[in-house]
Ligand binder design. Structure first.
Ligand code: NAD
Length: 491
């Protein structure tokens, strides 16, 4: 099925995936690149490759919309209504959008549908914040002579830079709070997954978001993304992606002290105690690492299991992993799709080889599946040495590294011995152990006896090199706001 929501090629024949000042356009240079189906290697469509001049046009459009208050001058009930309408339109097109998501990203269709519906819910949740954003009254010396209060104001032009691993949903998770806060936006999807994000922009415009408030530029991160990050008229960057790119953005932001939200990589530890309920731990560990082919920032990729349960757990997780149905996300019954690209395939296989070279034992998987598309077997590496590369670095693939432990303090120390601090979990029947470990692990999200439910009502973000700031909840809106103090003399 074709995604009819994605704009057709422009009159010039060049693809028109740039959305600037209310118009779909090709890149000024006419350059394009291909979007590839990771399950088949087939060409899905062409994407416009924006250069710095295109980015400047998009930023100017957003700046004009912001300065003219085209969005914030709409009464708040109307803004909320538009956001709820975006949600309804996403839901109405959910199946079509899910198919398009599978074609670009590869994830199984049922999971893709859930991510699309989650994106719709984000617009309902954040639409509910519109009209509820408010400041505080304060007191300044000498007391009654002054009236002091704070006002929350949108930060301005926000650049939203999104990765490919949950492209539509992650774009929604940024666009919805940025709109709720009153920003004007330039959205930049990832190279591999730009087409379905164009559909989101089209839906936002059809729902009534005024001209120039939402713009989109597609293109290479190092060209288009970098130009956006460097642009002096961008006030805020909200980025989800790799820690390496996050570091580049910190430097880019220094030019005009852009506000920065960074949702970066992870290497989340899973600690399983001898007293754990295996009925919970086995599926929890499995989905924690294998969902989305391991391409999740929050993936539980390091398993520390207490000695008494270690062998049973590794065997059970390996057996369950070996039974996962790997295939085209569009095929009935597929539980795990491909990784996103040839580059990612080579990277993941390279990590598996390095784990084996450093002494790990492969209990299941370890190889590519077939020779069409980019499929990797769900892989469990057991008895991995603590300092191995597969334990230290984010693989972003379906690869679990398992290690036994005797002493919980050692396991906690290992869990924290990482530059990352995005997530973690513990499986135990002991309430005291559960809460002790939850407090001891330095991570932005922690789960007890569960794999990984996430909800945008809950703040989400990383400690250490996993990022700056939080998305989700009120903090997610605050990330797009400035606070102004107003002090009025009364007499
Ligand atoms: P990436 O950093 O390569 O790319 C992410 C986005 O940044 C893309 O849109 C890309 O075009 C753009 N980009 C790349 N270089 C840029 C530059 N120099 N300037 C501006 N923009 C640039 O990451 P990826 O490989 O697409 O995504 C995988 C990474 O994302 C993993 O590390 C994963 O952990 C992380 N991630 C984090 C979260 C989170 O919430 N913490 C969620 C999903 C993914």
């Amino acid at each position: 099925m074709q995604n009819t929501i994605v704009p057709a090629a422009g009159a010039s024949g060049a693809p028109s995936t740039l959305f600037i000042d209310g118009d779909w356009r090709a890149a000024g240079s006419g350059e394009t690149f291909a979007s590839i189906d990771p399950a088949t290697g087939e060409h899905v469509g062409d994407v416009s490759a924006a250069d710095a001049a295109d980015v400047t046009a998009a930023v100017r459009s957003a700046r004009a919309a912001f300065d003219e208050r085209r969005w914030t001058r709409l009464p708040y009930p109307r803004r909320a209504e538009i956001m709820f309408d975006i949600a309804d339109r996403i839901d109405a097109a959910a199946e079509e959008l899910a198919v398009a998501e599978v074609r670009e990203n590869g994830m199984p269709l049922a999971g893709a549908l859930r991510t699309i519906q989650n994106g719709a819910q984000a617009f309902r949740y954040y639409g509910g914040w519109v009209g509820k954003i408010r400041g505080e009254t304060g007191e300044v010396a000498p007391g009654e002579a002054y009236h002091a209060f704070t006002v929350k104001e949108p930060v301005g032009v926000a650049a939203l830079i999104v990765p490919w691993n949950g492209p539509f949903m992650l774009a929604c998770h940024k666009l919805a709070p940025a709109l709720a806060a009153g920003c004007a936006i330039v959205l930049k999807p990832a190279e591999d997954t730009s087409l379905n994000t164009a559909a989101l922009v089209r839906i936002a415009v059809e729902a009534g978001v005024p001209r120039g408030v939402v713009n989109m530029v597609t293109g290479l991160g190092t060209v288009t993304g970098q130009a956006l990050a460097d642009h002096p008229d961008v006030d805020k960057i909200s980025f989800t992606g790799s820690t390496a790119t996050g570091r580049t953005l910190v430097r880019a932001a220094a030019g005009n002290f852009k506000r920065l939200s960074l949702e970066l990589g992870g290497k989340s530890p899973v600690i399983v105690m001898d007293d754990a309920d295996l009925e919970l731990a086995v599926p929890g560990v499995l989905t924690g690492i294998m969902s989305n082919s391991g391409q999740a920032c929050i993936a539980g990729s390091r398993l520390y299991a207490q000695r008494g349960i270690y062998d049973r757990l590794v065997d059970a997780v390996s057996e369950a992993a070996s039974k996962l149905v790997v295939g085209n996300g569009m095929a009935e019954g597929t539980q795990m799709g491909p990784v996103i690209s040839r580059r990612q395939l080579d990277r993941v296989l390279g990590y598996i080889d390095s784990g084996v070279a450093e002494g790990a034992r492969v209990t299941t998987g370890g190889s590519r599946v077939g020779d069409t598309g980019f499929f990797v077997e769900p892989t469990v590496l057991a008895d991995v040495p603590a300092g191995a590369k597969v334990v230290r670095e984010e693989i972003f693939g379906p690869v679990l590294s398992a290690m036994p432990f005797d002493d919980l303090d050692w396991a906690i120390a290992q869990a924290n011995d990482s530059p990352y601090g995005l997530g973690g979990s513990v499986y135990t029947r002991s309430l005291a152990t559960a809460h002790t470990v939850a407090r001891a692990v330095r991570a932005g999200t922690f789960w007890i006896n569960t794999g990984r439910p996430q909800d945008f009502t809950m703040p989400f973000g990383g400690y250490k090199e996993s990022g700056w700031g939080r998305e989700g909840g009120l903090q997610g809106v605050e990330a797009y706001l400035e606070t102004k103090s107003v002090i009025a003399r009364l007499y």
